[in-house]
Design a protein. Structure first.
Length: 365
């Protein structure tokens, strides 16, 4: 029998539920494994690519393990009153959950059938504040590809080199790069690609605490441990493109703009852009940016924005969503946009910071 307070189970279930697929080929993947050893309860979920493990300290010692439907158990916990005492007992392939006057009987599957990750030998590890790691991921993950045949783009590159941890994501049309200085100096440079689902789960569970997360690396897996929780993911087996080759270094036309005002202007003009291609034409002149959009219905929008720019006039088109995505993650008041010509990529970054850079390819309109 398992015995716990509602809150002891609710939060850990919410942490691990992301690995439970709504549609799965193996019925047991819809379940979570509850494994109690002495006074420690582990709640484990997996989709065979990622594994999430939450730890709960219980007052009563016991030795039990069972798998139960994950989402049904979570919904039951959500709808019980705060502080409710819960007891889970097992009998004849069923799990009976009692709390006050409520009683629920759930189907179970054998714990021995629950898939477990093989033993992993990790090569080295880093200590990184949780909020810093989350920020690194949030500033780049929006540029990951979705279901691209170039499978190595459907994830996030983490590169460790010296005292620097770098995150890079690209879908072939844009690229995001963010850097974080670390205290540990690694014996050798290392590159890994975390799959999209793992990246999404990390953003969800890391939180904004400055508590240290331990990050472990192997050739095939990454593991991140925080207090009471463990995340493990298989890695994408592939070679990430050399991102340094697409970083423009010769953009001699520099525009400075108020980030929030530019974002608002682009959002307004994008209303009448082509819904499929989302193109916006940008015309830079003497301290002025003219934004123009139009669609197949011959509707059009135009807006002028005050900027700092004293270079030659230039006209270039970009996917407006790509620019807005960047403006949403840049934190400073002003952004710096470096351009070369209408056929070359631009680079966008915070005016005051060099640790994040964003590359966007131009469009033909």
């Amino acid at each position: 029998m398992f015995s716990f307070i509602r809150e002891q189970l609710l939060h850990p279930l919410q942490l691990v539920i992301g690995a439970v697929e709504k549609r799965q080929t193996m019925p047991i993947l819809a379940n979570v494994l509850l494994r109690q050893t002495d006074k420690r309860l582990q709640i484990i979920s997996t989709d065979l690519e990622i594994e999430l493990v939450a730890d709960v300290n219980l007052e009563t010692a016991a030795e039990n393990e069972v798998t139960v439907p994950a989402r049904k158990l979570l919904d039951i916990c959500k709808n019980l009153p705060e502080g409710a005492q819960m007891e889970l007992s097992l009998s004849e392939g069923r799990a009976t959950l009692k709390s006050g006057r409520s009683r629920f009987v759930l189907a179970t599957l054998p714990a021995s059938d629950f898939p477990a990750l093989e033993d992993i030998e990790f090569e080295f590890n880093l200590d990184i504040p949780r909020n810093a790691l989350k920020a690194l991921i949030e500033k780049t993950s929006f540029s990951m590809a979705q279901q691209d045949v170039r499978y190595y783009l459907n994830g996030l590159l983490l590169e460790c080199s010296g005292n620097m941890l770098r995150a890079v994501a690209t879908d072939g049309h844009r690229l995001a790069l963010a850097e974080l200085g670390i205290e540990d100096k690694l014996p050798e440079a290392k590159q890994i690609i975390i799959p999209r689902k793992g990246v999404v789960e990390l953003q969800r569970v890391l939180g904004n605490s400055d508590e240290v997360a331990k990050v472990y690396f192997s050739n095939n897996h990454i593991r991140i441990e925080i207090e009471g929780f463990r995340f493990t993911s298989k890695l994408i087996d592939g070679r990430f493109p050399d991102y340094t080759r697409v970083m423009p270094a010769d953009g001699d036309k520099v525009m400075l703009a108020d980030r929030q005002y530019l974002s608002q202007s682009l959002t307004r003009t994008s209303i009448l852009s082509n819904e499929k291609y989302r193109g916006a034409r940008l015309k830079l002149g003497d301290n002025t940016l003219k934004i123009q959009t139009q669609n197949p219905d011959k509707e059009e929008a135009e807006e002028e924005v005050e900027i700092v720019y004293d270079g030659e006039p230039i006209e270039v088109a970009f996917n407006v969503n790509y620019i807005l995505d960047v403006l949403n993650v840049v934190e400073g008041e002003r952004v710096r946009v470096e351009l070369k010509d209408a056929n070359s990529s631009c680079i966008i970054r915070d005016e005051q910071q060099q640790d994040c850079r964003y590359v966007i390819m131009p469009m033909r309109l």
